[in-house]
Design a protein around this ligand. Structure first.
Ligand code: ZN
Length: 548
């Protein structure tokens, strides 16, 4: 940031905690049409700012000074920063400059639909999108198409322009309304819902109008286009905390995988669970709809495919893609499914978070790169959203006065470490067991690294053998028990992700060619696994069943 900007910017207000509350709006046909046209103007305005901003970004990057700035080594931080901010200044690539740009673009008929502050928030949004490209965090920006439209618009304050008000009524409880232009949209408020009542008792910072496509125009609350409107209130304060949730005092080690989680507290039952297994049927239904849409798109646009059925390259002047009615219906249905899945996932995450917090509020886990995961295990990361789970856990733990320690993987290497001999050995991904020549194991690897995390000293993050000797005596049995319970659930028909080392038919056995494994394999062929750690009960396999 240049010095000039820093002076011109208002002193930033102290950041207060915020939370969101969403309420459905009632819009009659006329109101919905007018909202639609305001949002359409918003969309065009956003695209205009984005396009002008994109031009600035291109020019800035084409400047030889840009390459020179990039060549400055990262160790010279100040110089590097100064070079880049001089460039940003020259080409007008900053949030402030975008606000100026927006002023110039909001003229004549646009101004009737769009208040100055809303135009400013849209300009900020365009700037943030382009800045991600500038910083290398995104490859390109997306212009909002006419078909999809702008799905939300927000204000910065709640005293002018688009705002939310609570109006007292002669009888009963107050009525909430979103005011915008001359419209007055009634919000549906369930005052008996403690979350809603809690939210409305707090000060509104600003309101955001959200438009979502319903699964069909006949869906409840939808207008003739099948759109539903909501108001999202950004409120000052902390979200409602349900009183029934207890908070424990244990230290817990977590090992989060793309589709599973191992939870090992210092002194309570350990758990190995699939992550969001309940979402899989929904995800399958969405993939089916996706394939259906692809078929419908093909049927309606044969000219876009060559004789081998491949999509042709799109150039300028190519005919537009046609959208059949059936396709539009499938698209709405898919969007509705996706929303339902997201809501379901959120509630599953919430349940898991509260189960964890009920045991303890000091949590140690390895810091993982979710973008890296997304590249490797795209589908399950997209479905289970482990990054979102950790974020929610972090917030909840903080609100109960605990801490979540994310330890850097590079220094701890918990998934490779063995506390018996202190060596780190890289395990290939398929190897779901930790078993070491020094006598530790076999133990499921996720549970083992969660155990290592649980007893890590947050002050000194390098694991040491001495720390683990005593805890291991008590923990080994707990880890085995957690794994057995997982096997049992798999045998009862619950689908387990492959990464847990348990298939539906029963336990997969250690793949290591050591003696213990051979013995185990041999025994399991007869349907009995009794030799493993001298355990009396059969492990995972029902009599007469074979795992090989
Ligand atoms: Zn070892």
């Amino acid at each position: 940031m240049g010095k000039k900007h820093a002076e011109e910017r208002k002193p930033s207000r102290a950041k207060t905690p915020t939370f969101l509350l969403e309420l459905p709006l009632v819009a009659d046909a006329g109101q919905a049409a007018r909202l639609g046209s305001h949002l359409e103007v918003g969309r065009q305005f956003y695209n205009a700012v984005l396009s002008a901003g994109q031009r600035r970004l291109r020019q800035m990057r084409a400047d030889p000074a840009w390459q020179a700035a990039r060549a400055i080594p990262r160790t010279q931080r100040q110089e590097r920063r100064a070079a880049f901010s001089a460039l940003r200044e020259r080409y007008g690539f900053s949030e402030y400059a975008f606000h100026e740009l927006a002023k110039g673009l909001r003229v004549s008929w646009l101004a009737e639909h769009l208040d100055a502050v809303l135009a400013q928030t849209l300009a900020s949004r365009a700037y943030r999108a382009l800045n991600r490209v500038c910083l290398g965090k995104a490859r390109r920006v997306r212009f909002k198409s006419r078909g999809r439209g702008l799905s939300s618009i927000e204000n910065k304050r709640n005293d002018t322009g688009m705002r939310f008000v609570l109006e007292p009524r002669a009888e009963g409880r107050p009525q909430g309304c979103l005011l915008w232009h001359d419209e007055k949209l009634r919000a549906l408020i369930d005052w008996d819902d403690p979350v809603v009542a809690h939210g409305l008792a707090h000060e509104v910072k600003y309101a955001r109008l959200v438009r979502r496509r319903a699964s069909s125009p006949r869906a409840q609350g939808a207008d003739s286009e099948g759109e539903r409107y909501y108001v999202q209130l950004v409120l000052t304060g902390l979200p409602h905390h349900k009183p029934k949730h207890a908070v424990g005092s244990q230290t817990i080690g977590l090992d989060l995988g793309p589709s599973s989680i191992a939870i090992v507290p210092r002194e309570a039952e350990a758990r190995l669970e699939p992550l969001c297994a309940e979402l899989r049927p929904d995800a399958r239904a969405i993939r089916r709809l996706q394939r259906k849409m692809e078929r419908q798109r093909r049927a309606a646009n044969p000219e876009h495919y060559d004789e081998k059925g491949r999509a042709k390259k799109r150039g300028k002047g190519a005919p537009r893609w046609k959208q059949s009615r059936g396709y539009q219906a499938s698209r709405r249905r898919k969007a509705a499914r996706e929303r339902r899945l997201a809501a379901h996932r959120k509630s599953l995450h919430g349940q898991l978070v509260y189960q964890i917090v009920a045991v303890g509020h000091t949590i140690v886990t390895e810091k993982i790169s979710y973008t890296g995961w997304q590249k490797r295990y795209g589908r399950s990361v997209g479905l289970c959203a482990p990054g979102m789970l950790i974020d929610q856990l972090k917030r909840t733990v903080a609100s109960t006065g605990g801490t979540l320690h994310e330890v850097p993987t590079r220094s701890t290497k918990l998934s490779q470490y063995c506390h018996g001999c202190g060596q780190t050995v890289n395990k290939p991904l398929w190897q779901r067991w930790h078993q070491c020549a020094c006598g530790i194991g076999p133990v499921q690897r996720d549970l083992y690294s969660a155990f290592l995390a649980a007893y890590l000293d947050p002050a000194d993050l390098t694991p040491s053998c001495a720390r683990y000797v005593i805890p291991w005596e008590g923990a080994e049995a707990r880890l085995l028990a957690a794994h057995e319970r997982a096997i049992q659930r798999a045998n009862e028909g619950q689908v387990m992700p492959r990464s847990m080392g348990i298939s539906r038919a029963g336990a997969r056995l250690p793949k290591s060619p050591s003696e213990a494994t051979q013995e185990l394999l041999f025994l399991s062929k007869r349907g009995k696994v009794e030799a493993w750690k001298h355990r009396p009960e059969p492990l995972g396999l029902r009599p007469g069943e074979s795992s090989v």
